[in-house]
Design a binder for this molecule. Structure first.
Ligand SMILES: [Zn+2]
Length: 412
């Protein structure tokens, strides 16, 4: 019976532990930034593991590494399962790695079972999810969202990108050639650690992601007047720091009270002229906010700009602002969420719906095919740290939900 099929926990653990040795750090985590020696070594090991499993290995122009289990039917689309083998500097062993190992284990399990598939199954390790160089690079490439300008001025620096691509045997041209036809995608499923405390606090096995939040960012400039910080009386100053500070505190209050599904962050303030003895003439504020819902985004956007204006006026300042990006939320497929929920119910696992505050490769594919993610609990919510940990039992639960949901979608 298909519904009784389970992943091989011991085999999956052996693979997970071997992978965790590649780029391992004394503190316990791994250091595998995109195209570093350790990252390339992890990918080499992944290729060998795929070949040892008797699965077909594929690599594309963006460096994405895949195991493929083809359907006996010809001209059918592919259901992708996956995550990423790159890490942030001194990251954890679970972020990305768990999703790749679980996807590989699902393919090994399905291959052994001999179950007939209506679609191809592919376990994929996406290039540069973490954004050492570009961010969501491999998934953007296959989705056709990668544009030459993104490679010309990447966030990690053009020189680092070129050097890394050379090490991996890739070029701008190969990256851009990795795009796949839209009708080749049957869907994309990903298992990931939560990287937060919600599941652990609630004592729930599986989080089914309803949306990956969007991110909007601005540079707000509060503009006052430079004056002597000693001889100018307090009531005679146009102090730009007051507007910036009052805005930061008020924005926090407002989001907590009126936008409980959203978060706001002031990550940087630049003071000009920036000296002990000069009243600040200008403060540039790096503002970012995230929401899982497009309509809510628009309301929050308007409310934050109004608030910035109010606080500027209160201190006699001028306000200027520049939008630096509007990335929409990605809505997960209802059909995939349903498949995950049914799989949890069959496996006797508790589940809840939640949003992802972090970005993931599914965002690249959400407008092309049905996409769905599940989370398993992170101990203490810790992630992007060597202390990142998820109990093995939870990892296996996640892999079994991934397996069962994939089978529902691949055999329906
Ligand atoms: Zn990740």
């Amino acid at each position: 019976m298909t519904k009784d099929l389970r992943v091989n926990s011991d085999r999956m653990l052996a693979s997970f532990n071997k992978l965790a040795l590649i780029g391992a750090r004394a503190a316990g985590g791994v250091n595998r930034p995109t195209f570093s020696e350790a990252h390339l070594a992890a990918r080499k090991w992944f290729r060998e593991e795929i070949e040892r499993s008797g699965l077909e290995f594929r690599i594309d122009g963006a460096g994405n590494h895949s195991a493929v289990l083809t359907s006996e039917r010809s001209n059918v689309p592919t259901l992708l399962l996956g995550s990423h083998l790159d890490s942030v500097p001194d990251g954890g062993r679970f972020d990305g790695a768990l999703g790749v190992i679980a996807a590989l284990e699902v393919l090994r399990t399905v291959k052994e079972s001999g179950i007939k598939l209506n679609v191809n199954l592919e376990a994929i390790d996406f290039t540069d999810e973490e954004g050492t160089l570009v961010g969501l690079l491999g998934s953007a490439a296959i989705a056709g969202h990668l544009h030459p300008e993104m490679l010309k001025s990447p966030r990690g620096g053009r020189d680092n990108l070129v050097e890394g691509m050379q090490r991996a045997g890739l070029t701008d041209e190969s990256m851009l050639s990795a795009v796949r036809p839209k009708d080749s995608f049957a869907g994309y499923l990903e298992l990931h650690i939560e990287q937060g405390k919600r599941l652990e606090r609630a004592g729930i096995h599986i989080g089914i992601v309803s949306a990956i939040v969007g991110i909007w960012s601005y540079r707000l400039s509060f503009i006052g007047r430079a004056d002597h910080a000693g001889s100018t009386t307090m009531d005679d100053r146009l102090d730009a720091s007051l507007g910036a500070s009052a805005f930061t505190l008020a924005a926090r209050e407002m989001v907590i009270k009126e936008f409980p599904n959203c978060v706001v962050n002031v990550g940087k303030m630049d003071f000009a002229p920036g000296a002990f003895n000069i009243v600040p003439a200008r403060v540039d504020v790096s503002l970012e906010f995230r929401s899982p819902d497009e309509e809510e985004f628009k309301r929050l956007d308007a409310a934050l700009l109004l608030l910035a204006n109010t606080e500027a006026t209160r201190f006699g300042l001028e306000l200027k602002y520049e939008n630096l990006g509007k990335h929409s939320p990605s809505i997960m497929s209802n059909n995939v969420q349903q498949a995950y929920a049914e799989a949890c119910d069959d496996l006797g696992l508790t589940h809840t719906s939640l949003t992802s505050g972090a970005g993931h490769d599914g965002q690249s594919l959400a407008d092309l095919c049905p996409v769905g993610m599940i989370f398993v609990p992170s101990v203490n919510g810790t992630s992007h740290s060597p202390k990142e940990f998820t109990k093995w039992e939870d990892c296996v639960n996640g892999a079994n939900v991934l397996l069962q949901a994939a089978l529902r979608l691949a055999t329906e």
